[in-house]
Design a protein around this ligand. Structure first.
Ligand SMILES: NC(=O)c1ccc[n+]([C@@H]2O[C@H](COP(=O)([O-])OP(=O)(O)OC[C@H]3O[C@@H](n4cnc5c(N)ncnc54)[C@H](O)[C@@H]3O)[C@@H](O)[C@H]2O)c1
Length: 449
């Protein structure tokens, strides 16, 4: 697929916020070149008629972002909770039909595409139903609740020849695209180690979400919500805080690792499940009856690259991704990318000469300078690239999906990509809970201990 070109406005700030002492910093604000603004790609003016299933926290955010995308028009929403139904309509700002029964929407012939933002354990059923109804699907991350769900979804997308976009919006982010361009150029030198973390310590960051006072079995269709999970009486805490429970979510791996992994996949071009994962961690601060640790650290083996991730809900250290190359270090933090060159110029040995006599040292240095007559190279500038203020990668990600629905071109984050990122999340949890190294058996398409 042809990527949007990134134009840029360069300006040089010498000595500003030095990343390397004394090094010049060249800062670039990336042109948002928002895909959303470029739609419709084909120039037909046709609008993709879409519906949204699940208009809770993320579903509403998606609808707010979709308002910026000119070649899509919302024609209906579905949710099992009355207030979320109203919030979805409010988020998009148009009075469209809303229902508890999503079948009433996907059976409509005038609907092209569906945005799915239900809880993770509900993805499989809703996505398979949408695909069976002949719709193209944007499904929130993580794509799957477990390996079997992901494989079933991949098969259904491919059998039905549908367009499918997994919803890790960073894959469409202009800063990540710039990082991918730099990575592919080889400017970082060989990269064998990538690190990322997603650390936040607030109750909200640990999904201790408030329980809406109007949440009752009358306002929430609990039976339908729970139908692919073990039965239990109505439990509003589980409805709002489903991420904490393994029947419905995947803890920090499915919620947060997936963003780091999708970012790493799109920048490095790796599009495979890791060969191995080893996790450790603990549950201390948010030990409120949840199933998952509030600290998870994982080492992954990808081909030629070790990836080291952690999520710590005990400390708000942010969420950088760092690529350690022989020639440069590249870090993304928020919507800013920093490339810091490594000093790889030849240097005379210093430390180990402490055990040499003065005469031997002097001779060594004399010989070294004869062997290295060229003047030392000046260190390249530190470069930073940022998205403009207010940039919204979710709008770009939705626009990429609508464009693919219209043109039948490939999306940026298809079912294979989304499934690989999700498998890595499942491997992290498998290792943590089994106290063993998780290995991906590609032939059997399953995780082994
Ligand atoms: N990409 C991101 O940055 C991002 C951010 C947050 C959440 N997410 C993902 O978005 C998804 C939704 O998360 P959330 O925080 O919005 O959850 P949420 O619980 O706030 O909302 C989910 C909604 O889906 C509805 N729902 C469930 N089954 C349904 C059905 N059969 N028919 C109609 N509606 C149904 C529920 O009633 C609920 O209102 C999850 O997969 C989550 O991981 C992604």
């Amino acid at each position: 697929m042809k990527m949007p070109s990134i134009t840029r406005r360069d300006f040089v700030r010498l000595g500003a916020g030095a990343v390397v002492a004394g090094a010049a910093i060249k800062s670039t604000i990336l042109d948002s070149a928002v895909l959303a603004a470029q739609s419709p790609a084909s120039g037909t003016g046709r609008k993709i008629r879409f519906v949204s299933i699940g208009t809770g926290i993320r579903g509403c955010d998606l609808l707010r972002a979709a308002r910026q995308v000119p070649n899509g028009v919302l024609v209906g929403t579905a949710d099992l909770y009355d207030m979320h139904q109203r919030a979805g309509i409010e988020a998009y700002g148009a009075d469209v039909p809303t229902t508890r029964d999503y079948r009433a929407l996907i059976d409509r012939k005038d609907v092209d595409a569906v945005i799915v933002a239900v809880a993770d354990f509900q993805h499989r059923r809703v996505v398979l139903d949408c695909l069976a109804a002949g719709k193209d699907v944007y499904c929130e991350k993580p794509m799957s609740h477990n390996v079997a769900d992901g494989l079933a979804m991949v098969k259904a997308v491919q059998d039905g020849k549908r367009i499918f976009q997994a919803g890790s919006q960073r894959v469409s982010n202009i800063v990540y695209k710039k990082a991918a361009e730099i990575y592919a150029s080889g400017r970082l030198g060989e990269v064998h180690y990538i690190e990322g973390h997603s650390d936040r310590n607030s109750p909200s960051g640990a999904w201790v979400y408030p329980i809406a006072p109007d949440a009752t079995p009358a306002t929430i269709d609990w039976t339908t919500w729970l139908r692919d999970a073990p039965p239990r009486p109505f439990d509003a805490a589980r409805f709002f805080r489903w991420r904490c429970f393994s029947d419905y979510g995947e803890g920090v791996a499915g919620d947060l690792y997936v963003h780091l992994l999708s970012g790493i996949q799109c920048i490095s071009g790796i599009n495979a499940a890791p060969a191995r994962a080893y996790s450790t961690g603990s549950l201390t601060h948010f030990n409120d009856g949840r199933d998952f640790p509030d600290l998870l650290a994982t080492l992954y083996d990808y081909p030629g690259v070790t990836v080291n991730l952690h999520c710590n809900q005990n400390n708000a250290a942010g969420e950088p991704i760092i690529f350690y190359g022989r020639e440069a270090t590249m870090m993304i933090s928020g919507n800013t990318l920093t490339v810091t060159p490594q000093d790889t110029s030849p240097q005379p040995e210093g430390y180990s000469l402490n055990g040499w006599t003065a005469e031997a040292k002097q001779q060594y240095l004399k010989d070294w300078h004869v062997a290295h007559p060229e003047p030392p190279a000046t260190l390249a500038e530190v470069e930073t690239y940022s998205a403009p203020r207010g940039y919204d990668d979710t709008a770009d990600h939705i626009a990429n999906f609508f464009r693919a629905v219209e043109t039948r071109e490939h999306v940026v984050e298809d079912e294979i990509f989304g499934n690989n990122a999700a498998i890595a999340c499942h491997m992290a949890n498998h290792s943590y809970f089994h106290h063993s190294i998780a290995t991906w058996d590609a032939a059997a398409q399953s995780i082994k201990s």
